[in-house]
Design a protein around this ligand. Structure first.
Ligand SMILES: Cc1cc2nc3c(=O)[nH]c(=O)nc-3n(C[C@H](O)[C@H](O)[C@H](O)COP(=O)(O)OP(=O)(O)OC[C@H]3O[C@@H](n4cnc5c(N)ncnc54)[C@H](O)[C@@H]3O)c2cc1C
Ligand code: SF4
Length: 498
């Protein structure tokens, strides 16, 4: 194993991009390995099918544990910048209730031993917000103005969202195909490129990591490097003082399992919990057909949201306005009031009226009953199981969105099935090793020098869009690693002498 770095980061999305960029800024030698391709604003064009093929993972499906519900479809990016390169860039902080749930789920504590709360993350949230240039979006277009009376009629209100988009945003609506102007900030154009163009960060795209190498050198199991498939088709091994896995909730648990972290845990709860407590933030688009042109596909997708029902006791869901899917997604996901897909003449009619639709996105705070695992054939698998309370939340959010659209004057309201773009959990972070996979710094309880730095550490599903929190947790992990108190990095002098 000739090559060696202070740090290897697996996955370049919200978590991994921040960890790699900030550690490179601190002077550590960093290798960033990404399964997907390296594309930039110069490559991004509004061809939905092409983007889905080139910079998205194929959709993944979670199967219901019981009952005859349809599978839950899950989306994520597969390129440098990860899902931040293809997302809508809404930037929201966790709520007080979110932090309370984190502590309740896994005993997560802050540095002083108190329940983990905003004081533990605030400096990192602010640091990330500053780097991404988070700002309020008050530039509401017709498709938002059309639904405002509906919210008012139901006694609810819309507020501007904050987002990581700068003033060059031309509201072209192609965020999901990658921003062609760099107005949309991603970890690609804020954390990775600055360090990469200066030669301070070694970036290898198109290099999926197959396993983390774990050895016991006398002091218990520890990560010593990774094995990845290079773009030359060969397996390569690289050593490191620390490995940070940040492949996302749909890949990190399986990578730990394939690497033998469960076995290293020797039957301990922390090993057995890998892949458990996955949350989906179940979402649905509810789309109303109006008499006036809305052009909800030619806007910055989400400028407003309704937070009246954010707390669990108020309903446990958030509604965003206003957007519709791009044409292929719209045509393939449109269902009627009973949840039956549209086809034939009815679908053709709906598509001819595409410009007249505007839509609301509902998102529910679920209770993390999902699982991610590797089956006997070595394939990644996922399952979900709603309890009664989650079903009520999902149904009420749909009902509310339908009523808003009808009260706003929609002639008819359609909907998609339940989907997930905000998967979280699976490698729960906690101070109690019996209830978590990684500790409060993100280090695996079972394997030293192995950290998890992505959305899979989130102990309970956030009530808000998760990327800002995942980035702040990444920044917190980077600060801890850069601080050096763990003693895992060779000193620069020792490296130079070797
Ligand atoms: C359509 C869409 C819209 C969204 N909009 C918003 C929004 O407006 N606001 C918000 O806060 N959140 C949004 N999200 C969610 C948000 O982007 C994600 O929650 C966040 O990016 C997750 O961060 P992560 O680091 O866990 O994973 P990711 O960002 O998904 O990064 C994981 C990376 O790891 C790579 N990888 C996987 N396996 C391997 C391997 N074996 N080897 C090497 N690399 C690997 C992947 O290719 C990927 O690049 C959206 C998501 C989607 C899909
Ligand atoms: S709407 Fe704005 S942020 Fe989104 S792709 Fe277009 S310019 Fe970029």
């Amino acid at each position: 194993m000739g090559e060696r770095f202070d740090l290897i980061v697996v996955g370049s999305g919200a978590g991994g991009g921040v960890v790699a960029g900030e550690l490179a800024d601190s002077g550590a030698s960093v290798l960033l390995l990404e399964a997907g391709p390296h594309r930039t604003a110069a490559d991004f064009v509004r061809w939905e099918a092409r983007a889905n093929h080139e910079i998205w993972w194929p959709p993944a499906f979670a199967e219901p544990v019981a009952g005859d519900e349809p599978p839950l479809i899950m989306f994520r990016g597969r390129c440098v910048g990860g899902t931040t390169s293809i997302n809508t860039k809404v930037a929201l902080r966790p709520s007080a209730q979110d932090y309370e749930k984190w502590h309740a789920a896994a005993g997560l504590q802050g540095e002083g031993g108190e329940p983990f709360g905003e004081p533990d993350l605030l400096a990192h949230l602010e640091r990330v917000e500053q780097r991404l240039g988070v700002r309020e979006r008050t530039d509401w277009q017709q498709c938002v103005k059309s639904v405002m009376p509906g919210f008012a009629a139901l006694g609810a209100e819309l507020e501007p969202v904050t987002s990581y988009t700068d003033s060059n945003c031309m509201r072209c609506g192609s965020c999901l195909q990658g921003c062609p102007t760099n107005a949309g900030k991603s970890t690609l154009n804020t954390y990775i490129h600055p360090a990469w163009v200066d030669g301070r960060l070694e970036l290898r795209a198109g290099c999926p990591v197959r396993r983390v190498m774990i050895e016991d050198r006398g002091g218990g199991s520890e990560a010593v490097g990774v094995e990845y498939l290079g773009s030359d088709g060969e397996l390569h091994r690289v050593g490191a003082g620390v490995v940070v896995v940040a492949a996302g909730t749909l890949a990190t648990p399986q990578l730990l399992l394939r690497s033998g972290v469960r076995e290293a845990g020797g039957g301990s709860p922390s090993g057995e919990l890998i892949g458990r407590h996955v949350g989906f933030h179940p979402a649905r688009l509810v789309e109303g057909l109006f008499d006036q042109v809305q052009d909800a596909h030619m806007v910055y997708p989400i400028t407003a949201h309704c937070m009246n029902f954010q707390r669990d006791e108020d309903g446990g869901f958030v509604v965003e306005a206003a957007t519709i899917q791009d044409p292929i997604g719209f045509a393939t996901a449109l269902s009627d009031e009973r949840g039956m897909p549209l086809w034939g003449e009815e679908l053709s009619r709906a598509l001819r009226s595409y410009r007249y639709y505007t839509g609301l996105l509902t998102m529910v705070s679920d209770q993390n009953h999902g699982t991610a695992w590797v089956d006997e054939e070595g394939r990644d698998r996922y399952s979900f199981q709603w309890n009664e309370r989650e079903r009520v939340q999902i149904d009420s959010s749909l009902q509310f969105a339908r009523e808003v659209l009808l009260a706003a004057g929609a002639r008819r309201v359609f909907q998609t099935g339940v989907l997930s773009t905000h998967v979280q959990g699976g490698c729960r972070m906690g101070s109690d090793p019996d209830r978590s996979v990684v500790d409060a710094h993100g280090e695996c309880h079972a394997v030293r020098r192995l950290f998890v730095g992505d959305g899979s550490v989130v102990p309970r599903t956030l009530s808000v869009n998760p990327s800002l929190t995942i980035m702040a947790l990444g920044s917190r992990l980077a600060a801890y690693l850069a601080g050096g108190e763990h003693g895992y990095f060779e000193s620069r002098d020792a490296r130079a002498a070797a």
